[in-house]
Design a protein around this ligand. Structure first.
Ligand SMILES: NC(=O)CCC(=O)C(=O)O
Length: 265
């Protein structure tokens, strides 16, 4: 299986419209890949909170249109990263879109863990409530977005739902790059799954981005890692390695579910 991870640069100097055109062009160039992945909120930038309201779009808005067409032109499964979704009956959401090679929407995932504590995304957006997996011919994807990476129970839930390849679409800052790499590898090892983690390059809202998109196998080995700048990371991997790893080292079978808190303080 061949995956292309598009670590696009998100900088204020470029308009959203221009970046949308460029992203669509980069997706088209990946014809022949099985899976193409874009990062979180690459239209506005994950930290450009002041732009969220202005750039919010309906689910089937301009980014949806451009990405559906790019997926079908390239004939690839496309995780199109996330958009600021304006729900007509509710708040804004940080919503990831996955398209099939015919350009049909296969899944939408609303980010569950919002970043910012008591500001930014955490107050500007609503929280998703549903885990989302997507069945591809070669593997089952489990979807997550950026800050979700810090919450292992989300990934365990995805594995319980059949995920074998955990996709992390992110806009992770350079300041915490060590956490990004460490957590991505931990999620791969503890879930005996591939991790395909796509971040952004560039600087927006004064926040330099980490880049360093990374693809990790179920044993925790790094198959490919990007640098800091804009880059398309291409990697081949064997999806059967998930079943083989889980069989050879069946740690997932030793889970002790329903542990109780101590009886005495
Ligand atoms: N966009 C995000 O979710 C940022 C997450 C982050 O910076 C962190 O977890 O650290």
């Amino acid at each position: 299986m061949r995956a292309s991870v598009i670590q696009i640069s998100v900088d204020e100097g470029e308009s959203v419209e221009s970046r949308r055109r460029r992203a669509a062009g980069l997706v088209r160039e990946q014809a022949g890949a099985d899976l193409v992945v874009l990062p979180e909120l690459w239209t506005t930038g994950a930290f450009a909170y002041d732009d969220f309201g202005r750039e919010a779009e309906p689910l089937e808005g301009p980014t949806y249109e451009a990405m559906a067409k790019a997926a079908s032109d390239a004939g690839v499964w496309l995780h199109a990263g996330s958009i600021v979704e304006r729900d007509p009956d509710g708040p804004l959401y940080n919503t990831s879109l996955v398209f099939s090679p015919s350009g049909d929407l296969a899944a939408a995932y609303r980010k569950i863990h919002r970043f910012g504590f008591d500001k930014g995304e955490a107050v500007l957006m609503g929280a998703g409530a549903e885990l989302v997996t997507v069945r591809l011919p070669q593997t089952t994807l489990g979807l997550s977005t950026c800050y979700d990476l810090r919450f292992p129970e989300l990934f365990r839930g995805l594995v319980d739902a059949g995920a074998e390849t955990l996709v992390v679409s992110a806009g992770w800052p350079e300041r915490r790059r060590a956490h990004w790499t460490l957590l991505a590898r931990a999620r791969a090892v503890e879930n005996q799954s591939f991790v395909v983690a796509c971040g952004t390059a560039g600087t927006h809202a004064g926040v330099p981005q980490a880049g360093h998109s990374i693809v990790i196998d179920p044993w925790g080995e790094v198959l490919a890692e990007a640098g800091a700048g804009e880059e398309v990371l291409t990697v081949e991997f064997d999806p059967d390695k998930v079943a083989a790893t889980r069989e050879q080292f069946p740690a997932l079978k030793d889970r002790m579910l329903g542990l109780q808190p101590p009886l005495r303080p």
